[in-house]
Design a protein around this ligand. Structure first.
Ligand code: ADP
Ligand code: ADP
Length: 222
């Protein structure tokens, strides 16, 4: 019943070259259905590499990546892209919203790319914006929103296609501490309401403590 299962995942950059960097060494990690897991790692320990592998943006040298029980290892790029679009939602430290589009349009566009009819996509965008308290900001462009508001729109976009798993890299790391706390509350409420599973990387131990389980990634001392 795991949404994500990594088994024996290893990754070395520059393998076979003069200066290989071993980043992940036989990592085992699971995220169960509905579980919210914190990923805490010192800088350089391979947190981004792990999220890229879980997000099907990179492949491990060895080991397996299972999404909802389906082995993603060795799938062709096209199938990985489809699985990424259908099963995964991403949130980064910076919102990466499209500046020339409104908040609502930023949530509609990924749904159109996934084949959702326009009317349904618009209704879902409106509902998601309401749930993060931004119904009144639907027509605003990112530059017209505060940092916390931009990040809440990015949460809605990540959930637009109803993913099975949310992958987040420092989702509130770009905000001041007070805003970060409030915006994190909004994210957790949204995740809990939708029964979503999540792997959330953070340096913030207070935020990590509020998740179901904490996974610590140690730096490999070469
Ligand atoms: P974190 O996100 O925990 O800071 P990363 O996963 O970004 O760590 O990187 C882990 C280590 O791998 C670092 O030492 C980094 O310099 C190295 N690294 C990351 N990407 C590459 C790459 N494409 N080529 C070579 N080394 C890399
Ligand atoms: P915060 O205190 O959350 O950082 P700001 O001081 O940046 O917020 O903005 C306060 C409010 O004004 C927010 O609701 C934001 O959406 C709105 N706002 C900020 N800049 C603009 C703008 N250029 N156009 C329209 N509304 C704006």
């Amino acid at each position: 019943n795991d949404v994500l299962q990594l088994t024996g995942v290893s990754k070395t950059y520059g393998k076979g070259g003069p200066a290989p960097v071993e980043v992940l060494s036989s990592i085992d990690l699971r995220v169960a259905r509905g579980e919210v897991v914190a990923l805490v790692a010192p800088s350089g320990a391979g947190k981004s590499t792990l999220l890229h592998i879980a997000g099907l943006l990179d492949t491990p040298d060895s080991g397996q990546v299972l999404l909802r029980g389906r082995d993603m290892t060795g799938l062709p790029d096209k199938a990985r892209t489809e699985a990424r679009r259908a099963e995964l939602g991403f949130i980064y430290q910076f919102h990466h919203l499209l500046p020339e589009f409104s908040a609502a349009e930023n949530i509609v566009l990924p749904q159109l790319a996934n084949g959702t009819p326009a009317r349904a996509a618009q209704a879902r965008a409106a509902d998601l914006l309401d749930r993060v308290g931004l119904g009144h900001r639907a027509a605003h462009r990112p530059a017209e929103l505060s940092g916390g508001e931009q990040q809440r729109v990015a949460f809605c976009r990540a959930l637009a296609n109803g993913p099975a798993l949310l992958l987040a890299d420092e989702p509130t790391g770009n905000l001041d501490p007070d805003t970060s706390d409030r915006v994190f509350d909004v994210l957790m409420a949204l995740v809990r309401e939708t029964g979503l599973s999540a792997l959330i990387a953070t340096h913030n131990h207070d935020l990590a403590a509020r998740m179901d389980r904490v996974i610590r990634l140690k730096e490999i001392v070469a």
